[in-house]
Design a protein around this ligand. Structure first.
Ligand code: 2AM
Ligand code: CA
Ligand code: CA
Ligand code: CA
Length: 266
């Protein structure tokens, strides 16, 4: 992607994300119209759809050649990563949004010809904006996030959720138990985008999750990469920004060890 275009889109994504965040805050106390998707625990609200439409309308108007891959599927189906693709999660952490009215984020990743170029994650209620461009560092607001320091597993906080323990997950649970025992601590925040942002910020050291979609990780991918972190699937393979995948995101000093010694898919 051309440098000037990258800078333009980076600014544009941040501006729209802040506007969308404002919209959410203004309308948050109106009825949310909570609906379910794949299961009674898989929630979506009128707001998720409204925010996705907000981005889709603006992208179509300003960048008609760009594609939009959003969780709520309001844009066209995207089956290849050629050209410029905006990968959008309008509300990441919908359950938190519904039940806590906090701890949710808007996540945007912009990829060009398959390469993740721009990442923006907005922690709406905290009003903190994480953002990065490939090769140009990652920021929390105006503050440049430092490269992640060397860590060992016993100094690490691992973000780990209950999905690994659900039936039919086909993972070696004993190994995960050993990881929990070995790590300094575990956390589960309930928003993949925020978990990746916290990891990039260095306040946690890894995020392991069984199943994420591109909109859950695309924004965080760029931000994490810019502080020297690594995000792959649970076998260490690259993610493709199109399909559902397992995710192991971590400080680079523990990424390989996590996959080799603690995650065994069956
Ligand atoms: P969502 O809130 O945008 O749906 C919850 O641990 C995190 O995992 C959230 O970021 C949630 O995104 C994401 N997630 C991905 N697939 C999910 C699923 N099938 N059910 C619940 N959360 C899912
Ligand atoms: Ca969802
Ligand atoms: Ca999500
Ligand atoms: Ca979502």
């Amino acid at each position: 992607m051309e440098q000037s275009m990258k800078h333009t889109l980076h600014k544009q994504a941040q501006q729209w994300v802040l506007e969308a965040g404002q919209l959410i805050k203004e309308k948050m106390d109106e009825p949310l119209e909570i609906m379910t998707k794949s299961s009674p625990k898989d929630l979506v609200t009128k707001m998720d759809k409204a925010v996705e439409s907000f981005f889709l309308e603006r992208i179509r108007e300003n960048y008609p050649s760009h594609k939009v891959l959003g969780e709520e599927g309001i844009g066209e189906a995207v089956s290849e990563t050629k050209g410029t693709v905006w990968i959008i999660d309008p509300i990441d952490g919908t359950m938190n949004f519904v039940h806590q009215k906090s701890n949710f984020a808007i996540s945007i990743g912009i990829i060009h010809d398959g390469i993740a170029e721009i990442g923006v994650i907005y922690n709406v209620m905290e009003d903190t904006l994480y953002h990065a461009m490939r090769g140009e560092g990652a920021f929390k607001g105006d503050f440049q996030l430092p490269k992640l320091p060397e860590k060992t597993l016993d100094q690490s906080i691992i973000e780990l959720n209950h999905f690994w323990l659900c039936p039919n997950r086909r993972v070696n649970e004993e190994k995960l138990q050993q990881l929990v025992y070995r790590a300094m601590g575990t956390r589960a925040y309930g928003s993949a985008a925020l978990e990746l942002a916290f990891l990039a910020e260095g306040i946690t050291d890894a995020y392991l999750t069984f199943s994420l979609q591109p909109w859950d990780y695309a924004g965080g991918f760029v931000i994490l990469q810019e502080v020297g972190g690594k995000l792959t699937d649970a076998t260490g393979e690259s993610v493709d920004f199109l399909n559902k995948t397992t995710v192991v995101a971590a400080n680079s000093s523990i990424h390989e060890e996590l996959i080799k010694d603690y995650i065994e898919l069956k």
